[in-house]
Design a protein around this ligand. Sequence first.
Ligand code: IDC
Length: 457
Amino acid sequence: MRRTRSLVLSLVAAVVAAGLTLHAVSPASAAATTASFAEVSDWGSGWQGEYTITNGGTSALTWRVEFDLPSGTGLASYWDALLTSSGQHHTFTGRSWNASVAPGASVTFGFVGTGSGGPAGCKLNGVSCTGTTTPTTAPTTTTPPSGVTPVARNGQLKVCGRQLCNAQGKAIQLRGMSTHGLQWYSNCVNDASLNVLANEWNAAVLRISMYIQEGGYETDPAGFTAKVNDYIEKATARGLYAIVDWHMLSPGDPNFNLARAKTFFQQIAARHKDKTNILYEIANEPSDVHWASIKSYADQLIPVIRAQDPDGVVLVGTEDWSSLGASGDGQGVSRILANPVNAANIMYTFHFYAASHDDYYLTTFRDAIAKLPMFVTEFGTQQATGDGGNDFARAQQYLDLMAQSKVSWVNWNYSDDMRSGAVFTEGTCAAGAYAGTARLKPAGVWIRDRIRTPDDF
Ligand code: IDC
């Protein structure tokens, strides 16, 4: 990531230093090289803007656009560009697919601004965005971005090869947070907290963690189903993907809850089948059970989901608390390969807790990524209890691997319980203020930073 970025910047430097396009004395008939701003919409408290960069020169242009926003305004989100900000000064550079603009071509990037008042003092590669020669034609209007939210941009996901791909077939990585158990901490999942997760943390996915036992679904199926439906709608309204997590934990054999799971997932899939943002996680953490039993459970449950929602991605738990058997005899990957779940469009899950799960787990996971479609639906930077000291260095090793391989991940958890892995300090949810970092524990500050720079969808 860092290497790519500095490469882009040095290309910019090279282009500028070589005087390509911008400093050359262009023939009078040449078009200008410009970055032109358009306000796409304005809703009073905010606005959507875009810049179209047109290369009027004769060589490829690697672009950098910078401008100032008036005080009291800011940027809420952006797309098709990378951003660095210093106070009110914002500098955008291109993504891998639009950093270089061919002669005569244009690219567009966009953003959402908060407050009122637009960009001023625009510079393209250090000179005025209006260009140095008179345009021979008016700047072309390019197609506006298809949407600003993760779901608007990526649509219905599907598994292609071992990757999670968007509707255009591009491999993507989702990053986001899991709720705590809804029976305990649903007061942390509301409009205000989800606005922060979607708009400030820039999350792409919310995992809705519904326990079955421990006071969960089995005690009130209708009530918990209604709660999950509500959270799905809230995620959908914010353009987030929603993982519906059947949070079975103890007993560890998912077949214990098979009848309940069929009822629940039939209802969820029937109700939300026309949405494009639902992923079904059918068994959080199986334990003390052979892979053959987990597979048998999946083979019975997945058709119930698919009868309603044929294209929803299904996530299947793995042996020994979704450790791919690393917490057992370590043979989980080979058992799956020898006897895979009998369905397409599925991924297998891996969970890790960085302060407990060492090289052996990382090696097991790396091996699995090379062989199976994987999704990390739960991890923590602390111990497997969800508590204790954080091992950020180890966690970063996992994150680096997942970034390289575009494996999606979800962190545990978006609540204010007293354990170190709950991102908010105790009492935050009752107080109802989630923005910024003042109410975050160390693990919360760390993970927020890693969610905030989303994948280059
Ligand atoms: C923990 C919760 C804790 C709860 C416990 C038992 O943080 O409040 O008492 O579960 O239900 C998992 C599980 C997840 C655990 C988490 C941390 O999926 O339910 O949450 N963890 O222990 N697997 C590994 C760790």
